[in-house]
Design a protein around this ligand. Structure first.
Ligand code: GRG
Length: 627
């Protein structure tokens, strides 16, 4: 209590010299896992009135850490069922009353677990509508408390369920606008003090309604930027102590307003790191006790700044497309061809994003794990993987490219992804997806399978395999490689050595690096390959250079020095058979012959510490591509 009084006088904190200086992902994940497991702990028991929010914080935190599998999905979904109330809303715990905040949390949890079909959308929408007052405001529950937090909860819930039209949106917007103060900030109700949490709620609500242009964005962003204290931390209002959770409320608001760079990023990151407990989890300030609330919002703030150990955060509100806008399905479907053109106009950036998204939809849905990606942190499918899996299952039976693409367009995150591109590029995305569908077409003569041969892929990669007999000289016309030339600037901005330069070649003729993606990027190297590349326009196809039996792997020769000098680290099947490359000097009967040499650490750690198998810089001077 005495410390609480002292806090009234303090205006900032000092960061201890020994405070953490990096994000401790594993410890943070363990902290959440332990919190959820120890249901008898005092903190857990006392948090019952907030339980649904607590589950949302834990679920969201582990989701960002890409560690959702540490939670018991079934147990959580069962809990949600117990919290459904007859009025259509969700309560924080069984036998409690429903509340708008916990209803939003429940919907978000269902989305994270890809289980939105468990939600009675109409009932929830009816409940949210019932909480709107005559002046456009919302109360949270039967107690009647009005707060702009509940305006955001209402709009966000309805947006996520695709039924914003059930409320009086205009009145909701007018109420939020009335809560803006002369300083640019927003409060809980008209005339109440500006607070960063409420700014987030109001800016988010206006973004959902597509009405941000109604405020002076610079003025609001200035008020938010002034929240940064000397320590680098952010406070919620003037003269108050910084708290790691404002890393989220302030930064997400600035991100929505496209003014994230108005904050001293490095100082803020150091402050956030320092709030981590040495045993995991985040506290409000350095040295305090950690909890799930500060852990999720501290992590989310770091993700906004692009922390590599965290998945891209989905602040929903700053990525929001226009509500009514949807891609023009007819334009895309009417001109769909089963064998797309060999030409394209994709820049390396577009090709990278399209390839990632298409492989997430088509390939990963069938193989059941994430295959190579240019931008690993981006979640193209958000939490709608289940839909893609279903669609691909149907494609394998019905073999209908048009129907499958039409279904893909119905996936919300895909529609949203495409809306960022003009129609000509959307068509190119469609063609790219169709190229990948060939992998599962009965006509193509090849397919993709998982492959555990290569240590560089943490033994979780893929290979292309023939599904028919191919004669020497025949062209595998449905197997495309898609090539895009890279400027030095593009190389610098897109490529990360050892991380995503796995398919970059140097053209000695054109004197530039080229990005090779498409289904062809899954073809593995072999020192005695079965195929070779043949350029066709801006794509490339594959030709058999010897007879290939069904079931045999389709391989090409990457180059003399792709896997180190004279391919000394090559792990191909031919090297394994001949005891060359990575198998040189290995005893045939030793354990390490069961695929390749022993590897320690993650791919990223290895990329930093040893020869980078796919390190562009060291390869660019050696490689050439076919003319
Ligand atoms: C979709 C992420 C998401 C949230 C739902 C409930 C809600 C919408 C947003 C809450 C926004 C908010 C009001 C955050 C502030 C939380 C907080 C730490 C309040 C503390 O206020 P004070 O007055 O502390 O106790 P200060 O920092 O002002 O001294």
């Amino acid at each position: 209590m005495f410390a609480g009084f002292l806090d009234l006088a303090r205006k900032d904190v000092e960061i201890p010299k020994n405070a953490p200086k990096e994000y401790t992902r594993e410890l943070n994940a363990q902290f959440i896992e332990k919190y959820v497991r120890n249901k008898e702990d005092y903190e857990f028991v006392m948090a019952e009135p907030l339980r649904m929010s607590g589950i949302y914080w834990c679920t969201s935190a582990l989701d960002l850490m890409n560690a959702l599998d540490r939670l018991n999905r079934q147990e959580i979904l069962e809990y949600l069922r117990e919290c459904r109330r007859d009025d259509g809303g969700y309560a924080p715990a069984p036998k409690h009353d429903s509340h708008l905040l916990h209803t939003l949390c429940a919907v978000q949890i269902l989305i994270i677990f890809d289980a939105l079909d468990e939600c009675d959308k109409e009932a929830v929408a009816k409940y949210v509508k019932s909480r709107q007052k005559e002046d456009g405001s919302f109360d949270g529950d039967v107690s009647g408390e009005i707060d702009t937090r509940f305006s955001l909860c209402a709009l966000a819930t309805l947006y996520l369920l695709d039924c914003l039209n059930v409320i009086d949106e205009e009145k909701a917007v007018q109420f939020v606008l009335q809560c803006q103060n002369f300083d640019g900030g927003f409060g809980t109700r008209p005339g109440s003090e500006s607070h960063a949490g409420q700014v987030y709620c109001c800016v988010g609500a206006l973004a959902i309604a597509g009405r941000l242009e109604e405020i002076d964005v610079d003025k609001t962003a200035m008020w938010l930027a002034q929240r940064q204290c000397e320590s680098g931390g952010l406070n919620g209002r003037p003269e108050k102590l910084p708290d790691v959770c404002y890393g989220w409320w302030v930064l997400a608001s600035l991100a929505i307003l496209r003014r994230l760079d108005w904050i001293d990023k490095d100082k803020q990151i150091s402050f956030i790191y320092a709030c981590q407990d040495e045993e995991g989890g985040f506290a409000d300030r350095p040295g305090d006790c950690p909890d799930p609330f500060h852990t999720v919002f501290g992590s989310a703030a770091l993700s906004l700044f692009g922390c590599e150990q965290l998945l891209e955060v989905d602040p929903i509100f700053c990525e929001m497309p226009d509500q009514i806008e949807e891609v023009d399905e007819a334009q895309l479907l009417n001109t769909l061809k089963e064998m797309p053109s060999a030409e394209h106009s994709l820049t390396p950036l577009e090709l990278s994003a399209f390839d990632d998204c298409a492989t997430a939809l088509v390939v990963d849905s069938i193989l059941g794990f994430q295959t190579h990606k240019m931008f690993k942190r981006t979640r193209y499918l958000k939490n709608e993987n289940g839909r893609a899996i279903e669609i691909m299952r149907k494609f394998r039976q019905e073999q209908n490219c048009k129907a499958v693409f039409q279904d893909f367009l119905k996936i919300r995150s895909i529609n949203k992804f495409l809306l960022a591109y003009p129609i000509n590029k959307q068509k190119e995305f469609r063609d790219h997806v169709v190229r990948f569908l060939q992998m599962f077409s009965k006509e193509s003569g090849f397919t993709i399978e998982s492959c555990s041969r290569y240590s560089q892929e943490d033994k979780k990669g893929a290979k292309l395999v023939a599904t028919k007999y191919w004669r020497k000289g025949e062209h595998l016309t449905r197997l495309y490689g898609v090539v895009s030339e890279m400027s030095v600037k593009e190389e610098e901005s897109i490529l990360r050595p050892g991380i995503n330069d796995f398919s970059v070649m140097y053209s000695t003729r054109k004197q530039c690096a080229q990005l090779w993606l498409g289904p062809g990027a899954y073809i593995n190297h072999d020192c005695h390959p079965s195929c070779q590349w043949v350029s066709v326009g801006k794509t490339a196809s594959i030709q058999a250079i010897r007879n290939i039996e069904p079931g045999e792997e389709i391989t090409i020769f990457y180059g003399e020095d792709f896997f180190g000098d004279r391919n000394e680290r090559c792990e191909c099947y031919t090297c394994e058979r001949h005891g060359t490359g990575a198998f040189t000097g290995l005893d045939e009967n030793s354990d390490s012959m069961s695929g390749s040499s022993v590897e320690v650490g993650t791919t990223e750690e290895r990329a930093k510490t040893r020869y980078g198998l796919r390190e562009t810089v060291s390869r660019l001077n050696r490689l050439s591509v076919p003319r």
